[in-house]
Design a protein around this ligand. Structure first.
Ligand SMILES: Nc1ncnc2c1ncn2[C@@H]1O[C@H](COP(=O)(O)OP(=O)(O)OP(=O)(O)O)[C@@H](O)[C@H]1O
Length: 960
């Protein structure tokens, strides 16, 4: 729903949207707290999605009741939770100063209605409409409410009237098992499905004590007596008598153990509802004595035997259909139980009597096999429907208080929810018509409640343009032509009409009705009604017949001849009744069709509802498998649609679906204040906030709030793209007394403006950060250079110090060596002057061969040569170089044959060798008289390289 508002449309859109959604969810309510939202209209935003999530979150937390404005949503737990309905809890809700502040519960609704009665504020009478689909928990809820009132509306224990009142309460509660036994059945959707609608009026006296009750029923599904869908069952009471009858009773009612009955399918399904004893006891409490009960059960047994009567096809149309083998005994038994003549019973089913002509001549026409079956079924339906109505009247006479003894009432309406099946007929049309009526009533009430909330918040806003479902009701019941009127007319015309004809009539007469859909795709004749809860296709086949609900007069006549006390009471020989049930007979009075009867009772009901303060409980079935702890969103969603809760959401959306407290609003949007113009006029806030005295917190919020409101036009302006029409002159946001009300679109605009502001702020922060980072980096660089320089200089100094130390060591050693040499030389010279020089080398050479001696000389002299050559790359060349080499090697410069040199010749060698810094070397040659003058102190090349000093010198150098 929400669009991207941060202005970036890159690949990260989806991610951004999701995070924005999460952010908004947090602001508007918070996912984590969703199960804590007690009111569905307070989820933010009010959308189906959030409503569903909220319900699911609560269901997971075992919270089954949630408010939805003026409605209570009740999720079926499908598991017993005794503590949820305990008497102590009832008392707690009853004693609470403000029950609305407690957790949502049916007891809140119960207590609220009760207090409304106590308050005596008009309308004093209250009604609670409990709706929902089959199995959603309507009956359960109604039962719990009745128990609640039986506890809270009981008179004080001490007084004498208490005993009577207790009896009344007990009777009222006892009406439930009886009505359920006769009116409920096991269906595919619910093991204990009510096959009728009911309105129970709980009557209260001036002291708000329950003095009585009255029950009104609607549309009993009487066809179930004779026809049950596969895997479904007949009404519970038939199974109860078959399973729970005593031996004697079995004999009396011809119900042998294990007997098979066509109208008793799936007897092996044992349900807790099959408790015969409970029904009997409840009947007894209601004043139905044992003989009457036995009479009732005997008649019901008669119906079961009637169901076993089957006809065979007749070969001759003029002859009545014969009974199938073995079913004659069923006719006999049935006739006996119903106290009818066996022959008459059979004949009534087989032969139709027609009165014609002025003399009202009677013609007898044998029925076809199908007609026989229909008449048999009709007989059973007739008896059962009358019996049910009679039971209700007995219950009413037992529990209803004298009109003078009660002054107010609380009505409980338990009606079937909206129905849409693959094959919908008259029953669904009536049920959905009733739901449309109730929905209109609900919408009107809900709108009123919404309007009241706006008024409380000081908003001047109205739902005047809201469209309710009136167009659909016009189609169904409008005047002069509607679906109901057309179907009724078909019945009155009493002409043979085909299903296709009815479809064409409806489509042509009601063409142009917006709620009439098209049934082009359906092969079978049908029409489609677009109900508030969705489209429903109604098949026209058999619609008119069902609406007529014809009862052949022979059947009534037959039953009037019964000797059974109960049947005699149910079918008295009363001419008044004839006019109703013999539409085609002597009476010309307009026949009462099913639709017209239903419409009349519905109008009556709505009149009652209109005169009361309504409360709504919507029962929801979380899954169709009737399993606890299972919440199926799809199924819940369709029920929310069907029970009008979606409409509630739409109504909320038509107004201001988003309501945010002032505090939250200011916290989220205060940064928009920067956009406000310096001179701004007051804008779209309700008058309320400034008119009321403000609390301290509100007082601090108000200036901020006003600033944000003043910034709104600028927000809208900036959010509007250039192509947008300039329609948004009015800001769709209202400031209530405690809340801000706004539409979805306004929320988007605010979010867009906020995103833009955040973007600007982000840019600002980014710029500042980048600047700061650059400055920091520059500082770091300079510091690094400084440190590097310092380290380098320290290292260099350290290195130089080492070199210096080494040089000093060398220098000292050299000096020491020179001094020693000088000492040695002077010693030697001193000795020479005294004695002739010893020929140590010659003694050495004399012991060696001549060649060896020469080589030794070469080796001895080689090191000055290396020095010379290494240092004389520049200065010494050509002959000079050669000369040096020769001199060093003491080679004769002349012929190669002169290989030996005398010591005298040696003495004419290099006097000294000096290494010069610029590469040139000076040779000082002279004959040395010293014996060891040309010997290197240490034969290491490196020790003398690079020094500008005399490498080898004789004491008295002479120029060569
Ligand atoms: N509040 C509840 N707590 C426990 N179980 C419940 C509750 N409400 C309903 N149920 C279970 O759901 C079943 C169906 O409920 P109920 O008969 O009230 O449905 P319903 O709406 O009246 O159906 P129908 O329209 O077919 O009569 C009950 O038999 C019961 O087992």
């Amino acid at each position: 729903m929400l669009r991207q508002v941060n202005g970036h449309s890159s690949g990260s859109d989806a991610q951004g949207r999701a995070s924005l959604k999460g952010d908004l969810q947090e602001f508007l309510g918070g996912e984590a707290q969703l199960h804590q939202v007690d009111d569905l209209t307070k989820v933010n935003p009010v959308t189906l999605e959030t409503v569903l999530r909220c319900l699911q979150a609560r269901y997971t937390e075992d919270i089954f009741y949630t408010n939805a404005g003026c409605t209570l949503v009740a999720l079926n737990p499908f598991k017993p939770i005794p503590q949820l309905y305990a008497a102590e809890l009832m008392q707690e809700y009853h004693a609470a100063p403000q029950p609305q502040t407690l957790k949502p519960h049916i007891f809140t609704v119960g207590e609220q209605t009760y207090r409304n009665v106590q308050s005596l504020i008009e309308p004093v009478n209250q009604s609670i409409v409990v709706s929902g689909e089959s199995g959603a928990g309507k009956t359960w809820t109604s039962r719990c409410l009745m128990k609640f009132y039986a506890v809270v509306a009981a008179p004080p224990a001490s007084c004498e009237s208490h005993k009577i009142a207790e009896r009344i309460e007990q009777r009222i509660l006892n009406s439930n098992p009886v009505m359920e036994a006769f009116g409920n059945a096991c269906t595919l959707r619910n093991n204990n499905s009510s096959r009728f609608g009911k309105f129970i009026q709980l009557q209260l006296n001036r002291a708000q004590q329950m003095t009585g009750a009255a029950v009104q029923t609607y549309l009993l599904e009487k066809t179930r007596v004779a026809r049950q869908a596969s895997s479904e069952r007949n009404f519970h009471i038939f199974y109860q008598i078959c399973k729970g009858a005593t031996k004697d009773e079995r004999l009396q009612w011809y119900l042998p153990e294990g007997a098979a009955f066509s109208w008793l399918p799936n007897p092996e399904n044992s349900l807790e509802e099959d408790c015969f004893e409970l029904t009997r006891e409840a009947m007894l409490h209601l004043g139905i004595d044992t003989p009457t009960q036995n009479n009732i059960f005997k008649v019901l047994a008669g119906l079961l035997h009637l169901g076993n009567v089957h006809f065979a096809d007749s070969e001759d149309e003029a002859q009545p259909c014969q009974l199938m083998d073995g079913t004659k005994v069923s006719v006999r038994t049935s006739a006996s139980l119903l106290q009818l003549s066996e022959d008459m019973l059979l004949e009534t089913m087989q032969i139709r009597t027609i009165k014609a002509g002025k003399q009202q001549q009677v013609f007898r026409k044998p029925c076809s096999r199908a007609e026989c079956d229909t008449r048999r079924d009709c007989l059973a339906k007739l008896i059962y429907a009358r019996l049910f109505d009679w039971l209700v009247s007995v219950i009413n006479s037992s529990i209803c208080a004298d009109s003078s003894s009660w002054t107010a009432f609380i009505g409980l309406l338990d009606v079937y929810g909206f129905e849409s099946f693959p094959d919908n007929s008259l029953e669904q049309l009536c049920i959905n018509y009733a739901n449309e009526k109730l929905q209109q009533h609900f919408v009107a009430h809900y709108l009123r409640a919404q309007q009241e909330e706006y008024a409380v918040e000081g908003l001047e806003w109205s739902f005047v343009n809201y469209q309710d479902n009136q167009t659909c009701l016009d189609l169904l019941e409008g005047s002069p032509i509607s679906i109901c009127s057309l179907i009724n007319e078909e019945c009155r015309l009493n002409r043979p009409s085909s299903a296709a004809q009815l479809q064409t009539r409806i489509e042509s007469a009601l063409a142009g009705q917006p709620r009439l859909g098209h049934s082009k795709l359906s092969r079978e004749p049908s029409f489609v009604v677009l109900h508030f809860a969705g489209p429903v296709r109604y098949h026209t086949e058999g619609l008119v017949e069902k609406n007529k609900d014809p009862v052949p007069p022979e059947l009534t006549g037959l039953l009037q001849q019964s000797q059974d006390p109960l049947l005699m009471m149910l079918f008295p020989a009363n001419p008044e009744e004839k006019t109703q049930e013999e539409p085609s007979g002597q009476s010309r009075a307009p026949a009462l069709t099913v639709v017209s009867k239903f419409k009349a009772s519905l109008e009556q009901l709505l009149q009652v509802l209109h005169s009361t303060t309504p409360h709504y409980i919507r029962c929801i079935k979380p899954n169709s498998q009737n399993q606890p702890q299972t919440f199926l969103q799809e199924e819940v969603l369709s029920q929310l649609e069907a029970c009008g809760l979606v409409e509630t959401i739409h109504i909320s959306a038509a107004g201001f679906p988003i309501r945010v407290s002032h505090q939250n609003f200011v916290e989220r949007y205060k940064l928009l204040r920067r956009l406000r113009p310096h001179t701004s006029s007051g804008l779209c806030s309700a008058k309320g906030p400034t008119e009321q005295p403000l609390c301290a917190k509100e007082a601090t919020l108000q200036p901020l709030l006003q600033d944000i409101l003043h910034a709104l036009p600028a927000v809208i302006e900036t959010a509007r793209t250039p192509g947008d029409p300039a329609e948004t002159t009015q800001v769709p946001l209202y400031c209530g007394r405690t809340k801000i009300f706004m539409t979805d679109s306004m929320l988007e605009l605010l979010e867009c403006g906020r995103a833009q502001m955040l973007e600007q702020c982000a840019r600002c922060i980014q710029c500042g950060w980048r600047r700061h980072r650059l400055q920091k980096q520059e500082k770091q660089r300079r510091a690094a250079v400084l440190i590097q320089a310092a380290v380098r200089s320290w290292l260099t100094r350290k290195h130089i110090r080492r070199l210096h130390a080494a040089a000093t060591v060398i220098k000292r050693a050299w000096h020491r060596w020179r001094i020693r040499m000088a000492c040695l030389a002077s010693k030697e010279l001193d000795g020479m002057e005294e004695k002739p020089m010893p020929r140590a080398p010659s003694s050495l050479s004399s012991s060696l061969p001549a060649a060896h001696t020469k080589l030794l000389g070469a080796i001895i002299h080689l090191w000055p040569l290396g020095l010379v050559l290494a240092n004389s790359a520049v200065g010494v060349r050509g002959f000079q170089r050669k000369l040096v080499a020769h001199a060093c090697l003491r080679l004769p410069t002349g012929s190669p044959s002169n290989k030996f040199q005398t010591p005298q010749q040696d003495e004419a060698g290099i006097t000294s060798i000096r290494a010069l810094p610029r590469g040139s070397i000076k040779f000082h040659c002279r004959k040395s008289p010293l014996q060891y003058a040309d010997i290197c102190p240490e034969p290491s090349d490196s020790s003398v390289t690079g020094f500008n000093q005399i490498l080898l010198e004789r004491h008295r150098p002479v120029q060569v």
